[in-house]
Design a protein around this ligand. Structure first.
Ligand code: NCD
Length: 331
């Protein structure tokens, strides 16, 4: 283990600057706490690039991935994160569970709780379901995405990607574009970026903006070129058709024409603006394939790499000794 890791591991003496039992959202976190998680994640990026990627911080701990909704990146990266820290990881997806037999969310949580897990990572299609579940169990709960509400580890990995590329978050101009209405990624990012001193713009057709978009503290644009002007970061979002009832865009062709990221629209942003997307991408719908694969501008694959490191940091922080967790903030 690197010296940096030893100094902050749960066997060390450094007091924890993350005094929370769960990670349910970005809401309620301070800039200091976010910085703590990002710094910790930074040290794990290095560990993940070594030939031997394993440490023992989570030895003896059990992590259950409880996914009521499909996932590739989030579930795999939590699994890798838990295993690289030496923990035991179990994956439970809805199709194999008793949910199909009529067991409720809470019954499932209580059943799993009786098996003494240390961490539950939960993804659920309903906003608020993960917070509700966290009240019924004794272990730490991490929100892996609840409906269109929050997806805190995605916002943290996005922030880590940006911070490593730009050296800071403060003062950057970040455009979040596309299906903001249905996006938990957007909600968590809007909060995190503003807490960290970045400026946020939301760019979408009126039908894909939340009713009180202005109240989120961001500037709102209905025109891509105007919204992208001078931006440092362009974050694209997937059209979340599974959360749509009825039609929100006239046609995919028209949507791409007005809101799909291509080189023409991108030229309004800063010449070195970074392109991001949480995945899965719909090529030719919200983003042009060439732009998505542009090795000079797109950091989409880096986001995936940062996802493992961020999830290791969150698992580490939430499984530390409670005495350390209550240590004075900022020490
Ligand atoms: C996002 C999600 O599930 O909210 N994906 C992810 O976690 N990588 C975004 C999306 O599904 O579009």
């Amino acid at each position: 283990m690197s010296p940096a890791l030893t100094a902050i591991s749960n066997t060390g003496t450094a007091p924890l600057r993350f005094p929370h039992r769960n990670l349910l959202g970005i809401e309620g976190l301070s800039a200091d706490e976010i910085t703590f998680l990002l710094d910790l994640a930074d040290s794990y990026v290095q560990q993940n690039r070594e030939a031997d990627k394993k440490s023992t911080i989570l030895r003896g701990r059990t992590i259950i991935n409880l996914f009521f909704e499909n996932s590739t990146r989030t579930r795999t990266s939590f699994e890798l994160a838990g295993k690289r820290l030496g923990g035991d990881v179990i994956n439970m997806s809805v199709s194999t569970s008793s949910i199909k037999k009529g067991e409720t969310l809470i019954d499932t949580a209580m059943t799993l709780n009786a098996m003494h897990p240390d961490v539950l990572v939960v993804r659920h299609p309903d906003s608020g379901a993960v917070a509700l579940l966290s009240q019924k169990v004794n272990c730490a709960v991490i929100n892996g995405g609840d409906g269109s509400h929050e997806h805190p580890t995605q916002a943290l990995l996005d922030a880590l990607t940006i911070r490593r590329r730009r050296g800071k978050l403060q003062g950057l101009l970040v455009a979040i574009c596309g299906d903001i209405l249905h996006s938990r990624v957007a909600r968590s990012n809007i909060q995190l970026l503003q807490i960290m001193g970045a400026r946020v713009r939301l760019i979408a057709p009126a039908t894909l903006l939340p009713a009180a978009a202005e109240r989120l503290g961001a500037e709102v644009f209905l025109d891509m070129r105007k919204g992208l002007k001078d931006c440092d970061i362009v974050m694209m979002l997937r059209l979340q058709t599974e959360r749509m009832q009825g039609s929100f865009v006239p046609s995919i062709r028209e949507y791409f024409h007005f809101f799909g990221l291509d080189y023409d629209k991108l030229s309004a942003a800063k010449p070195d603006a970074l392109i991001m997307h949480p995945g899965p991408m719909n090529r030719g719908v919200e983003i042009d394939s060439e732009v998505a694969d542009d090795i000079d501008r797109s950091v989409i694959r880096e986001q995936v790499e940062m996802g493992v490191a961020v999830r290791m940091a969150v698992l580490d922080a939430l499984t530390r000794d409670p005495a350390q967790r209550n240590a004075p903030h900022g020490k």
